[in-house]
Design a protein around this ligand. Structure first.
Ligand SMILES: NC(=O)c1ccc[n+]([C@@H]2O[C@H](COP(=O)([O-])OP(=O)(O)OC[C@H]3O[C@@H](n4cnc5c(N)ncnc54)[C@H](OP(=O)(O)O)[C@@H]3O)[C@@H](O)[C@H]2O)c1
Length: 443
């Protein structure tokens, strides 16, 4: 199988080196083949695969053997290669391969969120030095057109917030916990059995994948280089059935959110806050209805207002759709002897530490059922400068304990953390049943 586009105009073919032929790469090869004529018509020149780099060529019987190579370095440096499409993943050897390709003036299309979140600056510098294109739509939220709208369509606006569900595995697990009342371990096991979680789910459940995507989103939205290390990250492994039940009782859902915000301090100086953590959002919020493995991203901008992007955030064909879209863009640029948008990091905003980021908490306590408990608890909140938005206290029949739920107004995260620690130590507090941030409503 190879791309066999007719070439009535006689335009010079765009030669593509494909690095990786796994879940995504296989679909890229299929679409390139099946849509060869349409792609040629849309670009103004046919696209041809120059070669495909893999680790184990014997595994790839559907691909013409003459295209396969295990020497990605030699493939990338071939003089006839115009564009490199990378769907291997991870940092090395990919970082070196892509820097070499860009430095040699070859445009790059990649789906590699980890590399962009770690070494994006280096790749962009190499692209700028040679005038090559670097496109990476598939790196965040799979098939959903998101980076191009942020990078291009909203380039004339001022984005204030990007908040989304960008990891399908964790959304599947949390949706299952909400639907069945099951605990985290049980829901993860089910997700693994059905193929929604990897054999090693760490990157997903501990929030690394979402943090890399948050770094990319914040970099583009706020014209500032943000790396994965700048992102405050909490995963979902400590979310309990009690947390989900507490959310349900308040008509909220628990979601793992990537939240990128433009924030302003008292002096009027701007910064960015980038975080990934589970949070309760009202059921009426558009993100609350995003179930299963789907992704959705909510964008707020000064002039555009609120926008929502929704769709399949992973999978071979959906991700290949985004890769092909980028390939068409860079090929068109090449045909027009032009270039797509370069990195925009001129704002260089500082990243605000999580402790200083203003969040709101929902805290569910098991307390002694006796007079004065609420006063003691409220005093701790006041001591830390945390103001309370709502309190609900319910006694339990025939039991000496009561349930006390406190929802706070927004306060610095560090103050909220200290408040919870101090409340947990009060003799009248038997147990801190659930602590979760609250998002998606006016504080
Ligand atoms: N899968 C998704 O749904 C999805 C969604 C969005 C983004 N992405 C991103 O897309 C990229 C690819 O993901 P994937 O799921 O397609 O991965 P995958 O199924 O594991 O495929 C990886 C491919 O890379 C090849 N490879 C690995 N190391 C290599 C090396 N040193 N030299 C040459 N080839 C090498 C493998 O060769 P062999 O086949 O011979 O082992 C395989 O074909 C990753 O960056 C991922 O984060 C994936």
């Amino acid at each position: 199988m190879t791309s066999t586009a007719s070439n009535p105009t006689g335009a010079t073919p765009i030669k593509v080196a494909l690095l990786g032929c796994g879940t995504v790469g296989t679909e890229v090869v299929r679409l390139l083949h099946e849509q060869a004529d349409d792609l040629a018509a849309r670009i103004g020149a046919p696209v041809e695969l120059a070669g495909i780099a893999v680790r184990r060529p014997n595994k790839h019987r559907d691909v013409p053997a003459e295209l396969l190579t295990t020497d990605a370095t030699a493939l990338v440096s071939r003089p006839d290669v115009d564009v490199v499409v990378e769907v291997i993943g991870g940092i090395e050897p990919v970082r070196t391969l892509l820097v070499d390709a860009l430095s040699a003036g070859k445009s790059v299309v990649t789906a590699n969120k980890a590399l962009l979140a770690e070494n994006g600056g280096e790749l962009f510098t190499a692209a700028d030095d040679s005038g090559a294109d670097l496109y990476f739509e598939a790196a965040v939220a799979g098939a959903i057109p998101l980076l191009r709208p942020l990078r291009e369509s909203l380039a004339g606006d001022r984005i204030t917030r990007v908040m989304g569900i960008v990891n399908g595995t964790t959304n599947y697990i949390l949706s299952a916990m909400e639907a069945t009342g099951s605990g985290y371990a049980e829901a993860l096991e089910e997700a693994s059995r059905l193929g929604y979680a990897e054999a090693d789910p760490t990157a997903d459940v501990d929030g690394f994948d979402a943090a890399a995507k948050a770094a990319i989103l914040a970099s583009i939205a706020f014209h500032t280089r943000v790396t994965a290390a700048d992102v405050h990250r909490e995963g979902i492994s400590s979310v309990t059935a009690a947390d989900i039940a507490a959310a349900r009782s308040l008509d909220r859902s628990v979601k793992l959110l990537a939240i990128c915000e433009r924030v302003t301090d008292a002096e009027g100086d701007e910064a960015v806050s980038v975080r990934v953590h589970p949070a309760m959002i009202p059921k009426s919020h558009p993100l609350a209805g995003v179930g299963g493995a789907f992704n959705a991203v909510f964008v707020e901008a000064d002039a555009a207002g609120q926008l929502m992007f929704y769709g399949q955030g992973a999978g071979g064909a959906p991700t290949a759709s985004a890769v092909l879209g980028d390939l068409v863009a860079v090929a068109r640029n090449r045909v027009a002897s032009g270039r797509g948008p370069r990195e925009s990091a001129y704002a260089e905003l500082p990243v605000r530490p999580m402790g200083q980021t203003r969040t709101a908490y929902h805290i569910s306590l098991d307390v002694a059922d006796q007079p004065g408990v609420l006063t003691q608890v409220a005093a701790v909140f006041a001591e830390h400068g945390v103001s309370i938005a709502a309190v609900r206290q319910e006694g339990r029949d025939h039991e000496p304990s009561a349930s006390l739920v406190v929802v706070t107004h927004a306060a610095p995260d560090a103050a909220l953390r200290s408040t919870v620690d101090k409340v947990a130590g009060l003799p009248v507090v038997r147990e801190v049943v659930s602590v979760m941030r609250v998002e998606g409503e006016e504080q």
